[in-house]
Design a protein around this ligand. Structure first.
Ligand code: FPP
Length: 254
């Protein structure tokens, strides 16, 4: 049984303030280049921005924040940048996990962890366990994540548990095995850095998410920028396949 309503099978609540915000944090390298700094300085500054975003989400009572830290395709980057990013994840987790816990944040990592290395895996396991019962904000970091990978691993896990589903299964059956089965689908997706694409992020979960793109580079994405994205979201009409007039009625039957 799925925990949350699917946007294709039901008409979910469309809260005025987004309950779940998903972010592609793009533009670190360009931010650094504009300042004649090495690319990695942009990632370092990006961590500061992310830390502030977590605090802002807590303040705004956003329940779920999900960020794309490293895609399954990011291994194609120069080897020294990849290893810098992995070291950065370890350093940041070591430094931040106590603060996250104190702030009542539940940390979840999604993605294929088999390539992340022992040190990082160990830290992830520890931090997830420590923060598992926290309730203010569920903060998910996608690391070595790909939307297609997620759908494939879910299909495999589902069929392993239910071989009889080979003859047919429902969306809810599959959704229960996706990495983010613990969260509602995102209400608002934000991508910084000027590109307008999903880049193999939460392919399944973004089916009816409102998309917001900004030219602002990730290190410069502050509270005012988040407020702009939320204001844009609040002007959208979330019809989930219905026509405008139906929205006046109270939750018609799908
Ligand atoms: C995209 O900018 C950014 C990344 C691939 C890395 C994002 C990671 C962080 C902000 C650190 C997060 C840390 C933790 C612990 C979650 P880019 O390098 O593609 O920028 P560009 O498009 O300007 O080159």
């Amino acid at each position: 049984m799925a925990l949350f309503q699917s946007s294709t099978r039901n008409i979910p609540d469309a809260p005025r303030a987004p309950r779940h915000v998903a972010v592609i944090m793009d533009g670190n390298g360009r931010w650094a280049k504009q300042r004649f700094l090495p690319r990695v300085a942009g990632h370092q500054r990006g961590v500061k921005t992310l830390r502030e975003l977590v605090l802002t989400c807590l303040d705004m009572k956003i329940e779920y924040l999900t960020v794309f830290a490293f895609s399954s395709e990011n291994w194609r980057r120069p080897a020294d940048e990849v290893s810098f990013l992995m070291e950065l994840f370890v350093k940041v987790l070591k430094r931040e996990f106590k603060h996250l816990h104190k702030d009542n944040v539940r940390l979840k990592i999604i993605g294929d962890r088999s390539r992340l290395g022992d040190k990082l895996n160990h830290l992830i396991t520890e931090t997830e366990a420590l923060t598992a019962n926290n309730t203010a904000l569920t903060f998910t970091v996608a690391a070595n994540y790909g939307g297609r990978w997620d759908i494939m691993q879910a299909t495999q896990a589902m069929l392993r548990a239910h071989p009889e589903f080979i003859d047919g299964f429902s969306e809810d059956d599959l959704a229960a095995y996706l990495s983010m089965s613990y969260a509602p689908e995102p209400d608002l997706f934000i991508r910084t850095g000027g590109e307008q694409r999903i880049s193999n992020f939460l392919l399944w979960q973004l089916a009816y998410t409102e998309l917001y793109f900004t030219d602002t580079l990730w290190p410069a994405f502050d509270r005012t920028e988040l407020e702009k994205a939320i204001a844009s979201y609040q002007h959208r009409e979330r019809r989930f396949g219905r026509i405008s007039e139906q929205l006046q009625q109270d939750k018609p039957v799908a």
